[in-house]
Design a binder for this molecule. Structure first.
Ligand code: NAD
Ligand code: TYD
Length: 341
């Protein structure tokens, strides 16, 4: 199978590319990535020399480029990871989120429709369902109620993807996964930010009362779910992916401090995120029943392994934190949330 992976230089995409190339000698992977602030070719060093892998720097919004790649590489499956992915950045400015997440997905759909394709897999998120109260979990039939510009742009893309199945019979698939963690996650997201700040002895900025709940899954389990959906998912269907692993942010931060061996005094409560979703929880029973997929990595092991990865790969995140990221951090945390560095 010749697969066009988009956004393969980001966190989840790069973990997926490494995984799928190792699992399937018969797959060829073409990675189209714009290399935004979140894209990093360091994440793909292990596969650079692989004969079945090729990288193209470019934008999913570029119609001519996408058409050319689909044709030249005889692509039969598209997996769309490319996105602006950070809620806080979407609150600071939503235009790029609409451009890449909505227009970019539409362009991929149109080009794939012209070309003819066997599979179009849209990598989406549980955040399209909005927020839960104290009980219950999102199922595939929960209503779409996105609350922030990021999740609104992802929900818009999902609706377009689904409409291309209904209207044109395109063989589309949608996955909606909960919060991922693991190696190579950009240090603006909760887990890598807290690990790296703890290692640097910097404040750990916890939003609001710290009691917002997220449902965490290892990115390798997510990759395996995407593989299962790609190979065995039913066209037109949506599959929730999650690990039944809910944590209040503050409890998770305490656990990270223990694993890093840093002081609890670093915890700093800061101004809450506007419109902060209270709780996410995923019911993944459909993927389990219909695809035989299930998460394999327990959180105790997965988190300890992830903390170790950040300990052993300090250069990777220090390079990021030393670059343009500093401006974001100053603006978002030091200025807006009053943290003393
Ligand atoms: P990321 O921000 O780490 O990576 C995004 C990648 O997309 C980067 O390599 C970036 O360069 C690329 N990109 C951005 N705009 C592009 C464009 N216009 N053209 C081509 N490439 C472009 O994101 P991630 O955390 O790896 O998330 C990947 C996907 O998974 C996203 O679609 C996201 O919505 C979804 N998702 C993420 C999570 C999570 O917890 N991180 C959970 C569920 C779903
Ligand atoms: P994040 O990793 O941004 O993922 P998402 O908002 O997409 O779920 O945030 C996870 C949770 O951690 C969320 O409830 C917001 C909270 N959070 C903090 O408390 N402090 C931080 O510095 C960050 C980045 C997030």
């Amino acid at each position: 199978m010749n697969i066009l992976v988009t956004g393969g230089a980001g966190f989840i995409g790069s973990n997926f590319v490494r995984y799928i190339l190792e699992e399937h000698d018969e797959f060829k992977v073409l990675n189209l990535d714009k290399l935004t602030y979140a894209g990093n070719l360091e994440n793909l060093k292990e596969v650079e020399a692989n004969q079945n892998y090729e990288f193209v720097c470019g934008d999913i919004c570029n119609a001519d480029l996408v058409s050319l790649l689909l044709r030249q590489h005889s692509i039969s499956a598209v997996i769309n990871f490319a996105a602006e992915s950070h809620v806080d950045r979407s609150i600071a400015g939503a235009a790029e989120f609409v451009q890449t997440n909505v227009q970019g997905t539409l362009n991929l759909l149109d080009r794939a429709k012209e070309h003819g394709i066997d599979r179009f897999l849209q990598v989406s998120t549980d955040e399209v369902y909005g927020s839960l109260g104290d009980t219950g979990a999102f199922t595939e039939s929960s209503p779409l109620q996105p609350h922030n510009p990021y999740s609104a742009s992802k929900a818009s893309a999902d609706l377009l993807v689904h409409s291309y199945h209904h209207t044109f019979g395109m063989p589309v698939l949608i996955t909606r996964c909960s919060n991922n963690y693991g190696p190579y996650q950009f240090p603006e997201k909760l887990i890598p930010l807290m690990i790296s700040n703890a290692m640097e002895g910097k404040p750990l900025p916890v939003y609001g009362d710290g009691k917002n709940v997220r449902d965490w899954i290892h990115t390798l389990d997510h990759s395996k779910a995407i593989e299962a959906v790609l190979l065995n998912g039913k066209p037109g269907e949506t599959y929730n992916i999650g690990s039944e692993n809910e944590w209040a942010n503050i409890d998770l931060v305490h656990r990270i401090l223990e694993l890093v061996g840093a002081s609890e005094d670093l915890i700093t409560f800061v101004k809450d995120r506007p419109g902060h979703d209270r709780r996410y929880a995923i019911d993944a029973s459909k993927a389990k029943a219909e695809l035989g997929w299930g998460p394999q990595i327990g959180f105790e092991d997965g988190l300890a392994e992830t903390v170790n990865w950040y300990k052993q790969n300090q250069e990777w995140w220090q390079n990021i934190k030393a670059g343009g990221y500093q401006d974001y951090y100053r603006r978002h945390y030091l200025k807006e949330r009053g943290i003393k560095d």
